[in-house]
Structures are given as structure tokens and as C-alpha cells.
Write a protein that binds this ligand. Structure first.
Ligand SMILES: O=C(CO)[C@@H](O)[C@H](O)COP(=O)(O)O
Length: 229
């Protein structure tokens, strides 16, 4: 069971450089086995081309290392807070993908300007505020708590992505591979939205009925394209 989890998480991590979402050792993917209360995450600071499935670090939901020769990713506490708060997710990704990270550094939410965005994400991709003062003492945990705060009135299943101001994006999904898929989608819609504003600075978000048509034809109880949720 746990060996399979480590293998899946290794394979999901290897998709980050494959899809151009990270450089060097940036970024990390994790996936949780909810029955066991254990998640596997990329080890900290290990080059992707040196990673093996056995290098994945196993953590419990109290933040204790259960198994692993390396330290877990420096973002582990953020992943942990998302698993605790978003009970239906099974995988989390953090990257420094350039277009999404540029929106995060600019402190701006990514509006939904078109159907490519609306097919996967309902409405804007929010930008969580930057930490301040005492919050930096537990930086990674509070990054996760800020993301959870940002979703107090949002549906984390309908918006499986967030930008952390001055830092970068986090995405999630039913497992690590879906979280990576959403990280790729986020980078693409971030690129398109930036270019859209360059082409037309007065651009407005897509009409709500168009967003609704595209999102709900693929998601929710009445989905008729692909695997509705
Ligand atoms: O957010 C950051 C650094 O700003 C991290 O994503 C690092 O880029 C990767 O850290 P490890 O997972 O290797 O500890």
C-alpha cells in the first residue's frame, strides 16, 4: 500500500519538470492515503533526476515523519494544513511555474477571461495575502492556514488552485496526478490571461453564463462531458 503510494507520488513529482512547471529542485507533490492517515511527499532539495520512489517521505497528519531517509519538502506543513481543511482532496502540488508565479508576485487574482479557464476552474483563481509579522514564525503552516482562510467562502473543489502573494501557486485534486493536471491548467490560463491583458488592457471576464455553461458541462451532478464529479 505505502510502496504504491510512494511510487505514485514519485511519478507525479516527475511530471513537474516534464511539463516545465519547475526548475532545479523547486516545487513538490504529495498524495494522501486517507484510510491510513499518511501522506507521501517529495524530499527537500533533491534533484528530480536523482529522485527514486523510495526517496519519497511518509508523514502523518500530526506532521511527524513516519518513514524516509531525507527531510520532507520545506512546504510539507502547507500541504498538511490543506489535507486537514480540504477533506475531499487527495493530492497537493506546489510549483514556481513562471506565469502563475508572476500573478502571485503581482498580488493579483487571475480572472476568468475564457472557456479554457472555465472548463476547469469556476471563477477567478484567488491570490491569498502575504504573511505578516508573527505569522512568519510558522511560515509554512501559516501559508496553509492563509490558503484555507482564502477559501472560507469558496468551493475548493470548484477552484482547485490558489496563488500565494509574493510566493507562488498551490493546486490540489483527488490525487497527486490530478493536482499536477490542475497545476498545468493553472499555468496555461495564467499565461493566456497575462497575454489577454497585454493585447487588450480593458478586457473583461467572460460572461457568467458562458463560464457556467463550460464549467457545469464538465463538473457537478449534471455533467455531460468527460467524468463529471
Ligand atoms: O517554495 C519553495 C521555495 O520558495 C519550495 O517549493 C522550494 O522551491 C522547494 O523546496 P523543497 O520541496 O525542495 O524543500
Amino acid at each position: 500500500m505505502l510502496e504504491d503510494l510512494k511510487k505514485r507520488v514519485y511519478e507525479a513529482n516527475m511530471l513537474l519538470p516534464k511539463y516545465g512547471l519547475v526548475t532545479f529542485t523547486w516545487g513538490n507533490v504529495s498524495e494522501i492515503d486517507r484510510e491510513m492517515g499518511i501522506f507521501a511527499i517529495k524530499p527537500s532539495g533533491v534533484d528530480y533526476d536523482k529522485l527514486t520512489p523510495d526517496d519519497m517521505v511518509l508523514m502523518d497528519l500530526n506532521g511527524n515523519k513516519v518513514e524516509g531517509n531525507y527531510n520532507p519538502s520545506s512546504d510539507t506543513a502547507t500541504h498538511l494544513e490543506l489535507y486537514k481543511a480540504f477533506e475531499k482532496i487527495g493530492g497537493v502540488v506546489h510549483t514556481h511555474s513562471p506565469w502563475a508565479t508572476s500573478w502571485a508576485q503581482a498580488g493579483r487574482a487571475i480572472p476568468c477571461y475564457g472557456t479554457t479557464h472555465a472548463d476547469y476552474i469556476y471563477g477567478e483563481v484567488p491570490c491569498a495575502r502575504c504573511l505578516t509579522g508573527e505569522e512568519f514564525k510558522q511560515y509554512e503552516r501559516n501559508t496553509g492556514l492563509l490558503i484555507v482562510e482564502c477559501f472560507r467562502d469558496r468551493d475548493y473543489e470548484a477552484v482547485p488552485a490558489v496563488l500565494c502573494k509574493n510566493h507562488g501557486p498551490f493546486t490540489w485534486g483527488k490525487d497527486g496526478h490530478e493536482a499536477v493536471h490542475n497545476a498545468v491548467v493553472l499555468e496555461e490560463v495564467a499565461k493566456m490571461a497575462a497575454r489577454c491583458e497585454m493585447i487588450n488592457p480593458q478586457v473583461q471576464p467572460a460572461p457568467q453564463e458562458l463560464q457556467d455553461k463550460h464549467y457545469y458541462r464538465k463538473h457537478g451532478a449534471n455533467a455531460y462531458y468527460g467524468q463529471g464529479k
